[in-house]
Design a protein around this ligand. Structure first.
Ligand code: HMG
Ligand code: MG
Length: 314
């Protein structure tokens, strides 16, 4: 493993190993205005697996008019080798999206709902109740077909239209999704406004509701520069699955002010320094994000990619 930085000093209370779920090809690219060729997307996925990522969210089977960048979902999945497809997740909003995904041989899907009505209406054209009713048959059919289902709850820590979000609202939506049969719940800080105390409050509220921390993942966008601090506190509270986006790309076209996810490189640097295993080869990952930045025509927002590109370290 290369690119591990300047030494390892562990902190007590952290997991030995963290699963990094790279959402770059889906969350990262969905916000890109200029269409990224399918072959480049497929190459990105291949490079992420080559860099040691255990799990990648590769695209979404949403209504193509809503996210034109990912309208090539069928073509992309067809371009992935079988072993990559086994480990890859796709986002599906409804039965139509699931049918499209299963027809391509997808084995892992993610459904999504919102803790707030404002974002639910904007992102899914549904109330929260309607969106959960839309999810239930998706989860049932996916699990019956032998696929695993992760679930996102968006706007867990604040919403640009509604302001503060009560942890109870996250618990309510999250528990409904888990009760449907989703195996994992990813807590979305969609516009990157969370601070560490809020993260602990939501994790505690989920724990009080009986949700095992092993079923919780965190999904921080880095709009206000808090994503790494929020991740660290989540790990200290038992979370072991962290979503991140190669190069720090990302954002949701329907979430006012959303910017990129926590950069996978920034996460990998911190975890390597803490001696937490991820399996990620930082050098290969940085090279991948630099390669992708060349295709997108602008530098990666990741601090680690910038530092490495400037040749500041090892
Ligand atoms: P709608 O306009 O209400 O659609 O959109 P509808 O249900 O009325 O259906 C209209 C037509 O579209 C029908 O066709 C459907 O069959 C078809 P018709 O009968 O008229 O011929 N249709 C589809 N076609 C292909 N694939 C589909 C599909 N669904 C319907 N999947 C809908 C409702 C949910 C579809 C729409 O709102 C949508 O696609 N939303 C997705 C928006 C999105 O992708 N947002 C970004 C991802 S979420 C995110 O980034 C947050 C996250 O990262 C976590 C975080 O950060 O918080 C996950
Ligand atoms: Mg997101």
């Amino acid at each position: 493993m290369s690119g591990q930085g300047f030494g390892r000093v562990p902190l007590p209370g952290l997991p030995r190993r963290v699963v990094v779920h790279d959402v770059g090809p889906r969350d990262g690219l969905q916000n890109e205005a200029a269409f990224v060729p399918t072959a480049v997307k497929a190459e990105l996925v291949r490079r992420l697996y080559d860099a040691g990522l255990p799990s990648v969210e590769v695209t979404s089977f949403v209504l193509p008019e809503w996210v034109p960048q990912l309208a090539d979902a069928e073509e992309l999945v067809a371009a992935l080798p079988g072993d990559a497809l086994e480990r890859s997740t796709v986002l599906v909003p409804n039965r139509r999206g699931l049918d499209r995904a299963l027809a391509c041989g997808v084995r892992r899907v993610a459904v999504f709902a919102s803790a707030t009505e404002s974002f639910s209406a904007r992102n899914l054209n549904r109330t929260i109740g309607e969106s959960l009713a839309m999810c239930a048959p998706v989860v049932a059919r996916a699990t019956a077909a032998g696929a695993t289902v992760r679930a996102y709850v968006s706007m867990c820590f604040g919403d640009p239209w509604e302001g503060a979000v009560a942890p109870a609202d996250v618990v309510s939506v999250g528990c409904r999704l888990l009760d449907m049969g989703c195996s994992e719940l990813s807590l979305g800080d969609t516009t990157g406004v969370a601070t560490p105390g809020q993260v602990v409050a939501v994790l505690d509220a989920l724990g009080d509701a009986g949700v095992a921390v092993e079923r919780i993942a965190v999904h921080f966008h880095d709009t206000y520069g808090q994503a790494l601090a929020n991740t660290l506190v989540a790990l200290q509270h038992g979370v072991t699955t962290v979503d991140a986006s190669a190069g720090g790309l990302g954002g949701c076209p329907y979430a006012l002010g959303a910017t990129g996810n926590l950069a996978t490189e920034d996460l990998a640097w911190q975890l390597a320094g803490l001696g937490v295993e991820t399996g990620v080869d930082l050098d290969r990952l940085v090279e991948t994000s630099r390669w992708l930045a060349g295709h997108l025509g602008r530098p990666s927002p990741s601090r680690v990619v910038a530092a490495r590109s400037a040749g500041r370290n090892r």
